[in-house]
Structure formats: C-alpha cells, structure tokens
Design a protein around this ligand. Structure first.
Ligand SMILES: [Zn+2]
Length: 316
C-alpha cells in the first residue's frame, strides 16, 4: 500500500482518467524520504506525480499525491519562493494584478487574501481601495509583521490557517484574492465554496494560476516548470470556469496575465539555459512585461447571495 494519498478528481469526483504527463522520475514510484530533496529543489532532474486528465470534466490533476499531513510538514520547511526574480519585478507584477481587479470596481467592504506572502497586493488594496477590514490567511508567521504593515493601519486579522475561513463574516468581502494558491490546494472546490459565502453580493474573486493549455506548456512539455511536486492540479481557462461554476460563482472571465521581469534577469535565464555564465556582465534593469502562460480569473458572487444569510447581515 502506498504511503501517498489516492484521490478522485477534485472538481467532479470521477475516478475515470487517462495519463497525460509523467516525469522522468515519477514521484508515485518513490518514497517520501526520497522525494524531500526534489521538493526542496536541490536536483535539476524533473520529478513530480503523474498528471492525469479527468475524462468527465477535463481537469488535469494528480490522482496520487502527498497526504495533508505530509504536505504540512513539507511546506513548513520550504524556503520563500521567487526570490531569484527580485523584489521590484514581483511588486510590478502584483501591482498589475490589483489594477486589473480595481478596474472592475467594488473595492469596498472586506479584503480577503489566501497566501498573501509579504503583502504586495495588500499594500495596493490599502492604498487605493476603500476596504474597511483585511482578512489575511498566511501560514508563514515570519512575515506576519510585514503583512500587518502592508495593511497600513487598517484593521487586519491574520491567521496561519489556509483552509478555515470561519472567522470572516458571511457576505462581507468585496474582493478576495488568491495568487498562485489554488493549484496548490488538495481540495480547491471546498476553498472556493467558502470564499463564495464570504463575498458580498456582486463581490469579486481574483485568481492567478498557470495555464496548462498555454503555448508555453505545449512547447516545453515535461520541462514546463509548473509540472512539479507543489501542484496537485493545474488549470486551463476551461477547467477554471467549470470549477468556479461548481462552487456557485456567477460570471467568470479568464484572461492571460502579464508577469513583469527585469531585463537582466531574463538575459541571465536565457544565458543559463544556453549553458553560458553571464553573472558578471552588467545589464540594464529594465522591467519587461511578458505573458508567460499565466491566467487571471475574475469571478463574481451572484447578486442573489444576499438572500442566503439575512441574519448575519442584520447583525453587522
Ligand atoms: Zn473531473
């Protein structure tokens, strides 16, 4: 018997799948201990659990994956991500995400973010939105002070939990945000259903994920970086729309999103891939926006959600 979790499709519950992407080192054939160095990114060789496509709803997911207990332990030891890209580029990218959500309006009521990291979008929301309260679910306690500062003195409730939103009053949130979080969750549908209940009528959920139907994924095949031990499922515009519909969201729009990288980072990455070492070559730090196979999804809570919790609304 495997020490790993065997699971049905997290969107529709079907077990009818076909195998689509298998790593040179298929994680389900290895032990947890053998996988630890791969989780930590210590080896270049690709290692992940095999991705299957659900024959019923089309979601691409791992039928075999880490258990919740194994995941908790692995994440507790994980270093912060994207540190190689540099802060300015991350700030520019996340500012772009907030601007996209802001263009839709509705920046009032509560602000809810799952996995806000150090709070780049929180800072934008505190500066440019009219939010009265911040609900921030971030497991990394070491950055909670930074997060609180990002909220700029607005009332902020921080929690280390990532799966229980019960402290947030129902129908109170104007904007909920998840950037590169949904494809890390074992039960994305349960999270989306919770968030929907927290949104005010007409409130917005913004999600950023990779796009497994992107050109980049087709070109890179198995080497596409999002095929990794951290993603138990991967989305496309079609499967994202389907999942949000199952969670009770109304209008859903999926757009390709822009990632901002400094030019020197891109040149170094390209040189690295070509086997060159250019670390000491001075290069201009010009920010470049690229559409690199990420998608930004905006989903609305239906207006009739107001009728669902009249007691709570009256109590506030
Ligand atoms: Zn399915």
């Amino acid at each position: 018997m495997s020490e790993f979790l065997q699971r049905p499709c997290p969107a529709c519950g079907s077990r009818d799948t076909r195998s689509e992407m298998r790593a040179g080192k298929a994680a389900e054939t290895m032990s947890l201990d053998a996988l630890r160095p791969f989780w930590a990114g210590l080896f270049k060789e690709k290692c992940f659990f095999s991705y299957h496509r659900c024959r019923d709803c089309g979601l691409l997911y791992n039928p075999v994956f880490f258990t919740p207990a194994q995941l908790g332990e692995l994440y507790a030891r994980m270093a912060p991500n994207m540190d190689a890209v540099g802060d300015a580029a991350i700030v520019a990218t996340q500012r772009g995400y907030f601007a996209r959500a802001a263009a839709d309006g509705g920046l009032a009521g509560g602000y809810l973010e799952i996995g806000p990291d150090v709070g780049h979008i929180v800072r934008e929301a505190a500066r440019h939105g009219g939010f009265d309260r911040f609900w921030l679910f971030e497991p990394n306690v070491a950055i909670h002070d930074q997060l609180r500062a990002a909220a700029g003195g607005k009332p902020a409730l921080l929690s280390t939990g990532m799966d229980d939103l019960s402290p947030v009053p129902d129908a109170s949130v104007g904007l909920a945000v998840m950037v590169h979080v949904l494809d890390h969750l074992l039960d994305p549908l349960a999270m989306l259903a919770q968030i929907r209940a927290k949104l005010r009528p007409g409130g917005t959920l913004m999600i950023v994920t990779h796009d497994e139907s992107s050109l980049l994924r087709r070109v890179m095949g198995m080497r596409w970086p999002p095929f990794c031990l951290q993603h138990p499922e991967l989305y496309s515009p079609a499967t994202m729309t389907d999942l949000l519909g199952r969670a009770g969201f109304g209008s859903v729009r999926v757009e390709r999103s822009r990632n901002v990288f400094p030019l020197d980072f891109l040149v170094r990455q390209a040189a690295w891939a070509a086997g060159l070492r250019v670390r000491r070559v001075p290069l201009p730090v010009v920010p470049i926006g690229l559409k690199l196979g990420n998608i930004l999804t905006l989903a609305k809570a239906p207006a009739q959600a107001a009728a669902r919790s009249p007691v709570l609304e009256a109590a506030e």
